[in-house]
Design a protein around this ligand. Structure first.
Ligand SMILES: Cc1cc2nc3c(=O)[nH]c(=O)nc-3n(C[C@H](O)[C@H](O)[C@H](O)COP(=O)(O)OP(=O)(O)OC[C@H]3O[C@@H](n4cnc5c(N)ncnc54)[C@H](O)[C@@H]3O)c2cc1C
Length: 638
């Protein structure tokens, strides 16, 4: 692949391959508008279209493989309504909602536990592979003769629960896209949604559509909708940016830049727990690419040994991330890893650590190497590359990198690792505080994983469709559209100034200085002032020489808004809490009882307004779920 130096030597910079049509505008009207064509978005679109409504799906990338779940998925987690499950779905949801000190999304978890089995059965009808129909893994631990599901022992210590299914996730996204097309969903790929449109253009009013631009041609689109569903995930590279090492995001694709959070924020939607961040510990260029070495999630049944073949405590693969049992300083994650680290320092174990594939029974080795790692996201490339280079899982051990990579500095932070993270606040219809605006998947606060995104997407699509059937279209404000157009095209009109990389690096640096390990009122306020200065002084100099760079620039503006909201939320939490890795030097007491609540933040007349909810604001999960879904007919009958 050529780099810019090669082009300079050849004396020719490649031309932009698409016609550029900035300012060209089209207006599209639909009943339900889904923003983000990842897992939640595809499911939302399918559910809404199944109700016979007109549905538009807007995706920044290419729906067929876009988003975190686009390349694949090997575990369908927390599916307690499956027929071989040994646990009750409502109890399981309650257990998940009570985890992490109660900083959980009970509504989302209840939906996931009640409906994700129905969801995966629908996926199977669409062509997704979820059973070992050929009996290839019949002799493997977890194989269920009755259903042909292959359950994971990963759910230890709930080994007997049968709630985590190993699946052929590379088949999922193409099946979802095909189903969208079959149902007549209109898909706009390569269109970045940029802003929500409020009724009368007024922040806090009903959402009546959105705007977007094509990141190849630059064309602008106004989408008018009765209901809009945010499915753009809440991940974003806020604290780290490195142009050389591709440290753009952390364990999520680069397309995830917090656009949904920024759009919700500017429109006046309520956001919860944005103050949550933690030390960066995965991928992103600074560390090994996740799954490239033993010890990560898909290696669930691979024993780890030291350089001399001594089996590590924990036996099978150690937890790749810990919860509250971990050292809390981002060293490696997982209480068991901390034990290993101490053992290494005392000379009990010698580095490096390896995944001992040859020691495994051939069937279990095949489960990991030939099934899970081939189905899990980009890991097929990893497996193929190792094999091309001569790696033979029957003979060779695979190195684990966790301990070798050591500690990240505390200012390299990320939003994601576990599930306690911020996002959009919702009610039992997955509706935000704004009429017409719904959200699903990782767009929600304290969201779960793939099956959570699928089940909540499907649910939000159903609820948004019901709303759209009841209401009529409202007029969009041309003034708001004109303002958004000016914001989007500003950088395209300039030919010099600062480029998106400089802007991103500046925002990341501000967050590292003022919203990282040391948090005080003064530092957080200095952070806000610095971001405001960037917005007022430097954003007007942002330039983009083609629609792709315009996309990156717009993403930076999302990151900027996201960072501002994080600072407001951090100022609103006047306490320290271990559950959110949130420590304020000026409020040193850890988890004082009165502070155990959800902090919320929203814009009113462009001013940040903090709020709060009790941790259990969702009320009785089973009763409320049933009260809101009387007509729902699923497999689980209670
Ligand atoms: C490597 C990897 C492996 C994983 N393995 C598993 C697993 O085995 N099991 C499991 O349960 N979970 C797994 N996950 C997590 C799972 O993939 C996610 O939880 C799930 O994809 C979240 O779905 P989502 O729809 O919320 O977000 P995504 O699937 O990420 O979709 C968000 C979509 O929004 C689009 N978008 C963003 N901004 C815009 C914009 N401005 N305009 C238009 N579109 C936009 C993005 O391009 C993307 O397509 C894995 C994640 C990764 C990264």
């Amino acid at each position: 692949m050529a780099n810019w130096h090669d082009y300079a030597v050849r004396g020719r910079v490649p031309e932009w391959p698409y016609p550029i049509r900035y300012e060209n505008e089209q207006v599209i009207e639909t009943d339900v508008l889904v923003l983000g064509g990842g897992i939640a978005g595809c499911w939302a679109a399918i559910a809404a279209a199944s109700e016979g409504l007109r549905v538009v799906l807007v995706e920044k990338s290419a729906t067929i493989r876009s988003g975190a779940g686009g390349p694949g998925c090997d575990h369908w987690c927390d599916a307690p309504a499956n027929p071989s499950s040994k646990v009750d779905p409502d109890d399981w949801a309650q257990r998940l909602a009570s985890a992490n000190g109660g900083y959980a999304n009970g509504i989302g978890r209840q939906i996931q536990c009640r409906e994700n089995y129905d969801t995966i059965l629908e996926l199977e009808r669409m062509g997704g592979k979820i059973r070992d129909t050929e009996g290839e893994f019949k002799a493997a631990e977890g194989y269920d003769e009755k259903t042909k599901f292959v359950f994971s022992p990963r759910s230890n210590p709930f080994h007997e629960s049968n709630v985590v299914m190993r699946v052929w996730g590379t088949t999922f996204k193409p099946a979802l896209k095909r189903e969208c097309q079959r149902l007549g969903v209109t898909i706009y790929d390569r269109v970045m949604a940029t802003g929500l449109l409020n009724e009368a253009g007024a922040q806090g009013q009903r959402v009546v559509g959105a705007t977007g631009f094509n990141n190849r041609t630059g064309e602008f689109t106004v989408f008018k909708a009765k209901a809009t569903i945010l499915c753009m995930s809440g991940s974003a590279p806020i604290w780290t940016f490195d142009t050389e090492l591709a440290a753009l995001s952390t364990f999520r694709p680069r397309t995830l830049s917090g656009d949904g959070i920024a759009m919700a924020w500017r429109a006046g939607a309520e956001l919860a727990l944005l103050e949550k961040s933690e030390r960066h510990r995965l991928g992103g260029g600074h560390k090994h690419h996740w799954y490239a070495g033993a010890g990560d999630a898909s290696y669930e049944n691979v024993p780890l040994v030291d350089a001399n073949g001594k089996v590590l405590p924990g036996g099978l693969s150690l937890p790749h991330w810990g919860r509250k049992s971990d050292p809390g300083d981002g060293r490696v994650g997982g209480g068991a890893w901390e034990q290993v680290r101490e053992g290494v320092l005392k000379g009990e174990y010698e580095l490096p650590i390896y995944g001992d594939f040859p020691a495994m029974a051939p069937i279990e080795r095949n489960v990991t190497w030939k099934f899970l790692l081939r189905e899990e996201s980009g890991t097929k490339i990893i497996v193929d590359s190792y094999e091309e280079s001569g790696f033979d899982a029957a003979k060779d051990r695979l190195m684990a990198y966790q301990l070798l990579e050591g500690t990240s500095p505390p200012q390299w932070r990320e939003i994601y690792r576990g599930v306690e993270r911020g996002g959009v606040m919702i009610d039992w219809d997955l509706k935000t505080n704004l009429d017409g605006l719904y959200a699903a998947g990782e767009q929600l606060f304290v969201a779960g994983d793939h099956s959570f995104a699928a089940a909540t997407g499907r649910y939000a699509g159903r609820k948004a469709a019901a709303y759209a059937l009841e209401v009529s279209h409202a007029a969009i404000s041309r003034e708001q559209v004109a303002k958004e157009k000016a914001r989007v095209y500003g950088p395209a009109k300039r030919t010099e100034g600062i480029d998106w990389k400089e802007l991103h690096a500046a925002i990341a640096r501000v967050m590292q200085w003022f919203c990282a390990e040391y948090k005080t009122e003064r530092l957080l306020k200095m952070g806000l002032e610095s971001l405001n200065e960037i917005e007022q002084r430097w954003v007007p100099h942002l330039y983009a020489s083609d629609p792709h760079k315009l996309l990156r620039g717009m993403e930076d503006l999302s990151i900027l808004n996201y960072a501002q909201a994080i600072l407001h939320s951090s100022l609103a939490r006047k306490a320290s809490t271990q559950w959110l890795d949130f420590q304020r030097i000026d409020y040193p007491e850890m988890d004082p009882p009165e502070s155990n609540k959800l902090t919320t933040i929203k814009l009113e007349n462009d001013q940040a307004v903090p709020g709060e909810r009790p941790l259990n604001y969702a009320g009785h999960l089973k009763k409320n779920y049933e009260a809101h879904n009387r007509d729902y007919t699923g497999v689980w009958k209670g």
